[in-house]
Design a protein around this ligand. Structure first.
Ligand code: GDP
Ligand code: IMO
Ligand code: MG
Length: 437
């Protein structure tokens, strides 16, 4: 089966949505398999801009089947807001969308818990998207307080919501009593209106029913039938719960290692992995970021790249390209080829810098540290490259790029030891350069 995957290799927002959209017409099925409405994927074509959170970025090709697999955590309100907005703009969403009955549900208590726990980190705040992602995955793993999509259709659903709501209320009372109340907790509304939740989620269940099925079985059948499946990663590899910059990570396996667990499709059926990188680096929320430019350079990158969060609108932290981080992420995610995005943003810089190694306590590091305390101490060693002034956003062929842009691309490819197959020079589908494969 020709399975392909699109995986972010930095801290998210690498423009995975654009890459999935441009690869969709070569596939039969597009699968979101981890994360939730913390993701914000942007697709631009025909003068229209679409922002997707839970719906796979393949949805714009109605002949392609979109699947939200069991590893995703679903906030039904957010899902239906997204569906309504897309349908209102003329996008077909009916039997071309399938939702796993194994996916876990986000409830209002998860968002409250997200706020309480983010303040309870005991150090720098993680700066989550407050979409209830961590608490929902926490309940999934600890099992007793979890509710899956398939549970909504069972007779004990209401009793289960009542039971869990009661448990959560008691938990919040204890947590708030024990925690030092930071500013952000003083006005926190911890009220859980159980009957309103039951009514609202019963309505969601009826709306969800036509989309819900056993997507694992569907995908395994698709593998047997030799269908072409594209797996759409959310977040970035450095936000991976096991292999990222813990604890400043998201709560799922957002690197390539999560494809199989989230979708149910064995990794041996995935034969091409695209790693998506920006031509520089960004990060939203807390956590170490060695190449961060908290200065005019960072502000210039933010302004040119319009680097504000798709979901939370927070300004993204910006910095230079980090080879140590990307090489690690590319190896971890089993990447075959790179999509280098937002290259146009770099037009107009006199010089460009690429971090090629870290200096940590006087020692040179070529590998990405496993402990954030070490990463915090990392002083980047930079290679300086000449910039270019030309606007490259309408260039269609690699040969037509300014020579300094070609040199920048070539150096990144050499340093991360991966070939670059796609270069993006603007948000639109058409602003894409394909390099001979
Ligand atoms: P994702 O979460 O990885 O899908 O990325 P986001 O959609 O959150 O962020 C990427 C942003 O960059 C979006 O606003 C895209 O429309 C925009 N974008 C994508 N490719 C390009 C590009 O090549 N150049 C520029 N200037 N913007 C781009
Ligand atoms: P896409 O798919 C960028 C970050 C948050 C926070 C940390 C944990 O659009 O690339 P969470 O709400 O997941 O518990 O937050 O992860 N984060 C993202 N950053 N892009 C994303 O998704 C992100 N999803 C989560 O900012 O630092
Ligand atoms: Mg995003």
């Amino acid at each position: 089966m020709p399975g392909v995957a699109v995986i972010g290799l930095q801290w998210g927002d690498e423009a995975k949505g654009k890459v999935v959209d441009i690869l969709t017409d070569q596939n039969d099925i597009v699968v979101r398999y981890q994360g939730g409405a913390n993701a914000g994927h942007t697709v631009v074509f025909d003068g229209e801009k679409y922002k997707l959170s839970l719906i796979p970025s393949g949805i714009f090709r109605s002949e392609v089947q979109s699947v939200i697999a069991g590893g995703v955590v679903i906030d039904p309100k957010s899902l239906f807001d997204e569906i309504d907005s897309l349908v209102g703009r003329g996008i077909k969403i009916d039997n071309n969308l399938m939702i796993s009955d194994r996916a876990h549900l986000i409830f209002p208590w998860h968002k409250i818990e997200d706020k309480i726990l983010d303040s309870a980190n005991g150090q720098e705040s993680i700066g989550t998207t407050m979409r209830g992602i961590g608490p929902c995955y926490q309940d999934k793993v600890s099992r007793s307080l979890a509710i899956r999509v398939g549970d909504m259709f069972k007779s004990e659903f209401k009793r289960r919501v009542e039971y869990i709501a009661g448990m959560k209320k008691r938990r919040f009372d204890c947590l708030l009593r024990d925690l030092e109340k930071g500013d952000n907790l003083i006005n926190l509304d911890v009220n859980i209106d159980t009957s309103q939740i039951i009514e609202e989620y019963s309505g969601f269940a009826e709306r969800l029913r036509p989309y819900v099925c056993d997507t694992t079985n569907y995908l395994l059948d698709a593998v047997d039938e030799n269908k072409r499946i594209l797996f759409e990663g959310a977040q970035g590899s450095l936000l991976d719960i096991d292999h990222g910059t813990f604890p400043f990570v998201t709560s799922s396996n957002s690197s390539g290692v999560g494809i199989s667990s989230g979708s149910g499709v064995p990794s041996r059926f995935i034969n091409k992995i695209y790693g998506v990188v920006k031509a520089y680096s960004t990060r939203v929320g807390g956590g170490p970021f060695p190449t961060e430019q908290d200065n005019e350079t960072g502000a210039m990158l933010r302004n040119r790249g319009k680097e504000y969060g798709t979901v939370t609108k927070r300004p993204r932290r910006c910095g230079w390209f980090d080879v140590v981080a990307v090489r690690y992420a590319a190896r971890l995610s089993g990447v075959d080829a790179i999509s280098l995005m937002l290259l146009d943003v770099l037009s107009g810089f006199d010089i460009l810098q690429i971090c090629t190694s870290y200096n940590i306590n006087g020692r040179i590091y070529n590998h990405f540290p496993s402990q954030v305390e070490d990463l915090r101490l990392a002083i980047p060693n930079y290679e300086t490259l000449p910039g270019w002034d030309e606007d490259i956003s309408n260039i269609k062929n690699y040969e037509d790029l300014p020579s300094n842009a070609k040199y920048y691309i070539q150096r990144i490819s050499e340093l991360i030891e991966k070939k670059i197959e796609i270069i993006s020079v603007g948000a639109d589908r058409k602003q894409t350069i394909f390099i001979n494969k």
